[in-house]
Ligand binder design. Sequence first.
Ligand SMILES: *Cc1c(COP(=O)(O)O)cnc(C)c1O
Length: 475
Amino acid sequence: MKKPLLHQVYDTDMFRKKGHELIDQLADHLEDKLRQTSKNAIHWNEPDTELAFWENFLKNGVENRLFPEIIKRTTYIHHPHYIGHQVTPTAPMTALTGMISSLLNNGMAVYEMGMSPSAIERVVTDVLCKKIGYDTHSGGFLTSGGTLANLTALLTARKANVEADIWNEGSQQQLGIMVSEEAHYCVDRAAKIMGLGEQGIIKIPATTDFRMDTALLEETYAEATKKGIHIFAIIGSAPSTATGMFDDLQQIADFAKNKKLWFHVDAAHGGAAIFSPKYKPLLKGIDQADSVVIDGHKMMMMPALTTALLYKKSVHTNVTFSQKADYLLTESELEDWCNSGKKTFECTKTMMSIHWFTMLKLYGEDVFDAYVTHLFDMGEHFAGVISEHPHFELAVQPMSNIVCFRFIDAKLSSEAQNKQNETIRKALLEDGEFYIVQTKLRGVHYLRVTIMNPFTTETHFNNLLDKICVLADNI
Ligand SMILES: *Cc1c(COP(=O)(O)O)cnc(C)c1O
């Protein structure tokens, strides 16, 4: 006889059986993709086709096909031909920590609801602060994604750096932030959420190589200030998303210090380079930032979402959402490291710290160096291949593992070349052997790769370029 419904849900024998089956399916998937037993990085379906499949599956699908179909009908991040968005092929061990988090469901809003993940979070963020070069007054926490972390940091900046009590009384004056025109769109979104409006986002133009033009900082600041805008923060990108170019953080730090601005570094993608002796110099000046964002799910091999938000002064972690002005917080409130919910935007969050801790415990800090250094090196290799190829050109000499390039056909007008590259990218997606993305830079259409998989080699890349040449011939 079938068990009552809720007993079925919590049937531990079934969990054990299905769990073992699933691990086997996922391990098979990993082997298949990592070793490229199957050729494709994606089996593209139009959204409506995919929708129809799942609508039908809910009614008629066979239960034991559920997990296998989900696994199959995705983009294969672990395939060396996946060189698209900045999402990491997760270290398989962190899929296991993901399962622990999902099953134990300790939400960590208060210490009692997650003792180990709360303490572990402290250990992990202390390691990160130290690597940044902060002293012992620093501290931080983990939160759900770079987007939310950037918003949180800017809220802290406003609370700490604007005298008026905006949290309680609303904003009476026009406030502003300064940021490169190349910054991730989530910074704009954060500013809009905070009510700064379009006029409160002071865009600093980028140089020809897509880095913040720091020579324009003084005059941009003066212009905005003349209009009555009170600027309270400046944001550096490390690197910016589209091109992977790093802003000169030291220059921004000096400027911020001079103008008493909060200096925030959006290092969602490249922050992991704090672990790389070779590439850490790209982050020079990061130790002077008031706050830093680093995504674990980008350059640190962890599952989405997990982001570290680190502060030069740990007291700032408690002021963001406090009802009181920060100078009214008591010593014990300021020292309350273990109740994560007071500091984070989220109330409940996942036990994300255990991914970071497991990586550190099983493989040591060196694992992050190995990953970042290798992938940034590959960015340079790929750029070299493109530079030497007669049919391709780079948008810019890359500083990281993000490379923008395009197919060139000198016979065509610039408009037709844009169209051609757009068509190439669409054809690649539908073909599915390689997964890459695209971006428009100053009106020019580029193909864009982010090398995220340590097993993607120059041979794969050459095969991609060959394929593009064939596709271009057929267009
Ligand atoms: C990816 C990225 C973000 C957004 O982070 P999510 O974790 O996707 O929310 C913000 N800034 C930069 C520079 C990024 O590369």
